[in-house]
Design a protein around this ligand. Structure first.
Ligand code: TA6
Length: 280
């Protein structure tokens, strides 16, 4: 049987799900932010900075920030949207056989007044985390509950603990078009992307990519998103970030299924995106 308990991480209330096989996830209500995913062998798969605020004063550096309703500065609201900065509700949890889940919800009625005033749309979000064996699935649903369309962008900004950056690569992107941080549009020639300098690339999304680290292979699958964003800040940007230790950039990369440009969602319509990670 799966077990669901309330825990605290730093000063943040969180929910922990432990599956029958011992795999576990911990999700803060602040941002419905996945802070930890351990496979049944006890191995932590996600990175969270030791310098991250864990008190709700600002977004968490690591885990899986939920980016909504805009990616980075591609919209008129706060960078990467408000969803990572507000408190969500646990809507449902449970499990049967080899599958167990936590589902978090957020609607316009949950928003602090100043956030609701800046983004005056009626919406309902659901984010489910489903554990099954050595896989973790995240299903994100956006529902427009109002009478007017609204624009949104989205990303599941996943920080992987790679242990050793110089032994890490991402494959499955050969021949795929991307935009780099100099805003050049290029096509990837090499079979694998390595991390010898800052990388901040927005790829058109194939269904799957593979993350190879010194001691693990993770297959990443997306459905419904339009891009994969691949990011590592490199030494100089890392030094400029006060919620990341200077050498922590050597421990993680982000690979994020995304829809980077805001697109309209009609009144009454829903959009869903799926992100599944399988450890091997
Ligand atoms: O997803 C990559 C990115 O957009 C980068 O440009 C980088 O700055 C990163 O997100 C982190 O953004 P944050 O607002 O969390 O500092």
């Amino acid at each position: 049987m799966a077990a669901v308990t309330n825990v605290e991480v730093g000063a943040l209330p969180a929910v922990r799900l432990v599956a029958a096989d011992g795999a576990e996830i911990t999700v803060a209500l602040f941002g419905a932010h996945l802070l930890s995913w351990k496979t049944a062998d006890g191995k932590e798969r996600l990175f969270v900075s030791h310098q991250s605020a864990l008190d709700g004063s600002k977004p968490i550096r690591g885990g899986v920030p939920v980016i909504f309703p805009q990616f980075n500065v591609r919209g008129s609201g706060p960078r990467h949207g408000f969803a990572r900065n507000v408190h969500w509700r646990l809507g449902a949890s449970g499990g049967d056989g080899g599958r167990s889940f936590l589902q978090f919800e957020l609607s316009d009625a949950d928003l602090p007044a100043e956030v609701a005033a800046a983004w005056p749309h009626a919406f309902a979000l659901k984010l489910s985390f489903v554990l099954s064996g050595d896989s973790l699935e995240m299903d994100f649903e956006v529902h427009n509950t109002g009478a007017q369309p609204f624009p949104f962008g989205v990303a599941l900004h996943t920080y992987y603990d790679v242990g050793q950056l110089d032994a890490t690569s991402v494959s499955g992107l050969r021949g795929v078009q991307y935009e780099n941080h100099h805003l050049q549009t290029l096509v990837q020639e090499h079979p694998a992307l390595h991390f010898t300098e800052k990388q901040d690339r927005i790829y058109q999304a194939p269904e799957t990519v593979t993350l190879n680290t010194a001691d693990a292979t993770l297959r990443l699958y997306q459905l419904g998103f339009s891009e994969w964003v691949v990011w590592n800040p490199g030494a100089d940007d890392a030094r400029a970030m006060n919620d990341l230790a200077d050498d922590e950039y050597l421990r993680f990369i982000c690979i994020e299924p995304a829809r980077v440009n805001q697109q309209p969602l009609a009144a009454g319509a829903s959009w869903t995106g799926r992100h599944k990670i399988s450890a091997q």
